[in-house]
Design a protein around this ligand. Structure first.
Ligand SMILES: *Cc1c(COP(=O)(O)O)cnc(C)c1O
Length: 455
């Protein structure tokens, strides 16, 4: 589907920003926009598929939480991906995008009875998180076979990467059955011995900040356990290994590093048997498929100086760059500066902080950056924001969700845009804020015990 004549990613992004400004999609009346490079997304999918080519059957799923926008999910479905979902909303988004239940993997750590019933009846693959959940599944099945594969998530407890909040395989992680706890391996083997329908193991070691050897070590532990279970049960009960996602993204530069090929090479080195075809492999990549194809564009509303510190006030802050604002050292973003026509700015650099619109002092997307001098009306772009940024809105200050457009380019520089998500209107913000219950509290005070509000 990807055309080979698309511009290189950097030039495509510049062309798309300029086009968005020309079209009035980014400008005074519309100061914030999300842009997604469709050719870039499809290239990432192809790189993923190529890296895993081999004798083993592989089901690649996209982790919906990284970008749960229905047109994006549909594009990925068309490109042959499955989808990993972890909430009722993500499940419905994936179904609306056209994934059949058999192409879904359901991973929430807090699955309700209703969610489990749906998954077990419709052939959604389920990764059970813990022994209580396994007993719940026993009760729901009541002797029936589940319609799809059922796995058990294990925590290999291999430790943390550079970002604690992104590390799911620590000794005390909330996810999965902790394999190194006393008696845990025997309990897992026993759980498989008692349940003929339990046929997968799942391990997701972590996301951004986890080095490849750590991820490979965790997956290796799940593989070793699968081998042991199959040996002990005397047959190949475990037929699938879900190895999770978590390939780190290079937020510091333009190149894709590490690549999916690097990841697979590391896994092959650590666990050669993983790829020999005895196990169906399932992957669940999110960030690495989308991040580098996304850009947030914002108009600079004002520039100012305070105590010698230069500040550019934009419309992109914690509402679209939540992690970067709250954990700036863990989630730095590259910043580009463009003139009011959307053309790259040149000229002498100045040290500047890039601020967002939210009313707290820490609402900064970059600090002390050397950038071309910024003035009001310029455009600031936040790069590599295709996953977990404009798609993971935080409604601080009741700021509306921005519009998101997908773009494709051709070799001549022509840009075509498609609306992925409309901007939320201020009216919608108010409606979602309990507007239809506007009288509720005043009414409660009017006829309850004690006094009503006095003026
Ligand atoms: C978040 C998550 C993923 C995707 O992680 P990325 O770092 O975005 O690749 C995959 N599997 C599970 C279980 C997750 O929670």
């Amino acid at each position: 589907m990807a055309s080979s004549s698309a511009l290189p990613r950097e030039r495509a992004r510049e062309a798309a920003l300029a086009h968005a400004v020309d079209e009035g999609l980014l400008g005074p009346g519309s100061p914030l926009v999300g842009l997604l490079d469709v050719d870039g997304v499809l290239a990432a999918v192809n790189a993923l598929k190529e890296a895993f080519e081999g004798p083993a059957t592989v089901h690649h799923t996209f982790a919906a939480k990284a970008c749960g926008l229905v047109p994006v999910l549909r594009l990925l479905a068309e490109a042959g991906m499955g989808c990993e979902v972890a909430s009722p909303g993500e499940l419905e988004q994936a179904l609306a995008a056209g994934f059949s239940p058999g192409r879904l993997v359901f991973d929430s750590p807090a699955k309700t009875v209703g969610e489990l019933e749906f998954a077990l009846d419709h052939g959604v693959a389920v990764n059970v998180d813990n022994f209580q959940e396994l007993e719940r599944v026993d009760r729901l099945l009541a002797g029936r076979e589940p319609a799809g594969p059922v796995g058990l998530r294990v925590n290999p407890q291999v430790g943390a990467g550079a970002i604690g909040a992104m590390s799911t395989a620590t000794a005390t992680s909330k996810f999965g059955v902790p394999l190194r706890d006393p008696g845990a391996v025997d309990a897992v083997i026993d759980a498989f011995a008692r349940r003929p329908w339990l046929n997968r193991l799942h391990a997701h070691v972590g996301s951004q900040g986890c080095p490849l050897p750590l991820i490979a070590q965790g997956i290796g532990a799940a593989y070793a356990l699968a081998e042991r279970i199959n040996h002990q049960l005397g047959h190949a009960r475990i037929t699938g290994l879900d190895i999770g996602g978590g390939l780190p993204v290079n937020f510091g530069g333009e190149d894709d590093r590490p690549t999916y090929a690097d990841y697979v090479a590391e896994l092959r080195r650590a666990t050669p048997g993983l790829f020999d075809g005895r196990y169906t492999l399932v992957t669940e990549f999110g960030r690495s498929l989308l991040a580098k194809s996304g850009t947030i564009g914002s108009v600079v509303e004002y520039t100012k100086s305070a105590g010698g510190r230069r500040i550019a006030v934009t419309h992109a802050g914690a509402q679209v760059a939540t992690r970067t604002v709250f954990m700036p050292d863990a989630w730095p973003l590259r910043v580009g500066v463009f003139d009011p026509a959307g053309r790259p700015k040149e000229g002498p650099h100045q040290v500047v902080d890039i601020a967002g619109p939210c009313c707290f002092a820490g609402d900064l997307t970059a600090t002390a950056r050397e950038l071309p001098a910024i003035g009001p009306g310029d455009v600031v772009a936040l790069y590599d924001t295709g996953a977990y940024y404009f798609s993971s809105h935080f409604s601080y200050n009741s700021l509306p969700r921005p519009a998101v457009y997908g773009y494709r380019t051709d070799a001549s520089g022509r840009v075509r845009l498609a609306l992925i998500r409309e901007a939320q209107t201020v009216r919608e913000v108010v409606e979602e804020s309990g507007l239809s219950h506007a009288d509720a509290l005043v009414a409660l005070c009017a006829d309850g015990p004690g006094q009503g509000p006095s003026r």
